[in-house]
Design a binder for this molecule. Structure first.
Ligand SMILES: Cc1cc2nc3c(=O)[nH]c(=O)nc-3n(C[C@H](O)[C@H](O)[C@H](O)COP(=O)(O)O)c2cc1C
Length: 445
């Protein structure tokens, strides 16, 4: 039987049909036997070399006995979960042990007896290999097998079937290095062939019609020994630009910020710093003021001039404190964080719009309000830099020699430097720190 299906005029085409007559599968059933009998059923086109068999994972799971009591659903999801990607209420989108990112880890309460839930096959690629080999033995045919499951997609409404296991199928068709019909180079085109096959099968299997298997004929070029298994669909963490849901990413951004004191030589993108400033100036502040200014020291010359002047001021302070020259030299060396950074930012506080009272107590409180608002903006800035994959260290020094900083940087009198932020690409990950326990920081009244 020919495996090629050509539409009129020789244009490419394929056929897909559902396979009826598959009984309710039980744990321990020989699925190869069940499938071999069903595909050869009366009136069906049988199975031929180059066909692709699309098998709903539910019947694979059932045959493999991957059923647990529904009372254990949450525990079953926990056990299948490697990483929570997003959570909203009781809905959890997680990466499961198969590397698939799915609602409820792919644990399914539909299509199974009341009081039970189905887990995905333990190793869907292995399951597909068993079916492919079994069908070769039983029917003498060389077919591809795709184990499918139904999944939602980020950014797109609606569910579709995807390939979670495959054997003998070129799951990804890498067209990179080729050209399109206009001669443009294809630099990113890797076609998810096995997912397309799964979706084609779903059109005839359907969710409610109780048809768990379909056959695609006419695409023999997608079948072959060099198939890699559906595990190839799982994006590596490094390639995954969307590893977290929005709420999770916001939370992680805050904890991602750690003080980085050593940087690589890689230059800092000034546009990234400007985006971080844009985030910084959304901070809360008193009386609807905007008491922040950010001085970007983008030239090495500006940085060195400032740091040299600050060092002189610091040495003068330390001499005044009575420290020995040796001890002074040691302390001053600690200032190297700023000197070794490829980019510096001096955040400044301006008191424009602040209130003046007749007593010192309220004036001090007013000043503190503005200072904490400056802190909020700097924290925003550091978190936003972390989001740009830039490390930072907020160093106090400019606060201790404000006149010098104002003079060297030619800043207006009312600008109060609030430290300096060293910015750069981290030379090493931050040192591990034991998690702080929120309850130790909370008092409830
Ligand atoms: C106002 C302020 C001033 C700081 N000054 C310095 C400093 O002069 N030198 C320094 O190495 N780190 C400085 N830090 C950074 C702290 O040492 C750092 O935040 C602390 O060790 C906690 O580590 P983490 O930022 O990784 O959470 C300063 C932090 C703040 C908020």
């Amino acid at each position: 039987m020919s495996a090629e299906t050509r539409a009129g005029g020789g244009a490419p085409g394929y056929r897909v049909w559902a396979v009826p007559g598959i009984p309710e599968v039980q744990a321990g059933d020989d699925l190869v036997k069940v499938l071999a009998a069903a595909v050869m059923g009366e009136g069906l086109p049988g199975l031929a070399d180059g066909d692709v068999l699309l098998v709903t994972s539910k019947i694979v799971s059932k045959a493999e006995g991957r059923i647990v009591r529904a009372g254990d659903r949450e525990a079953a999801i926990d056990a299948e979960t490697v990483r929570v990607v997003a959570r909203r209420g009781t809905l959890r989108i997680v990466e499961n042990r198969q590397g698939l990112v799915m609602a409820a880890a792919g644990v399914d309460a539909s299509n199974t007896a009341a009081g039970t839930v189905l887990l995905l096959p333990e190793d869907p690629d292995a399951s597909a290999r068993v079916l492919r080999e079994g069908l070769r033995e039983a029917l003498g045919v060389d077919v591809g097998v795709v184990v499918t499951d139904t999944s939602g997609r980020p950014w797109r409404s609606g569910l579709t079937d995807i390939a979670i296991g495959a054997a003998g199928v070129r799951v990804l068709d890498d067209l990179r290095g080729g050209v399109d019909a206009h001669g443009n180079p294809l630099s990113a085109t890797v076609v998810a062939t096995a997912d397309e096959l799964a979706a084609a099968g779903d059109l005839v299997k359907g969710k409610v019609s109780g048809l768990p298997v379909a056959v695609v004929r006419g695409l023999p070029h997608v079948v072959g020994e060099d198939g890699s298994g559906a595990r190839a669909f799982v994006r590596s963490a490094a390639d995954d630009m969307f590893r977290l849901g929005t709420s999770e990413a916001v939370r992680e951004a805050v904890t991602l910020r750690r003080t980085v004191r050593e940087f690589t030589d890689e230059p800092v993108d000034g546009a990234a710093v400007r985006r971080a400033v844009a985030a910084a100036i959304t901070a809360p502040a008193p009386h609807h003021t905007t008491p922040w200014r950010f001085v970007l020291l983008e030239s090495a010359e500006a940085r060195v001039r400032l740091l040299d002047a600050m060092r002189e001021a610091w040495i003068a302070d330390l001499r005044g404190d009575g420290f020995s020259e040796e001890s002074i030299a040691k302390r001053v060396r600690r200032g190297d964080v700023l000197r070794n950074a490829p980019y510096l930012v001096v955040p400044c506080l301006v008191m424009d719009g602040s209130h003046t009272y007749r007593d010192a107590r309220r004036n001090a409180s007013e000043r503190e309000m503005f200072v904490v608002a400056a802190g909020a903006a700097v924290q925003n800035f550091l978190v936003a830099l972390a989001g740009e994959r830039l490390g930072s260290a907020w160093i106090s020094s400019t606060m201790f020699c404000r006149d010098v900083v104002r003079e060297v940087l030619a800043l207006p009198e009312g600008w109060d430097p609030m430290g300096a932020v060293a910015v750069g690409h981290a030379a090493a990950p931050p040192r591990e720190r034991p998690a702080r326990v929120a309850s130790s920081f909370i008092s409830v009244r």
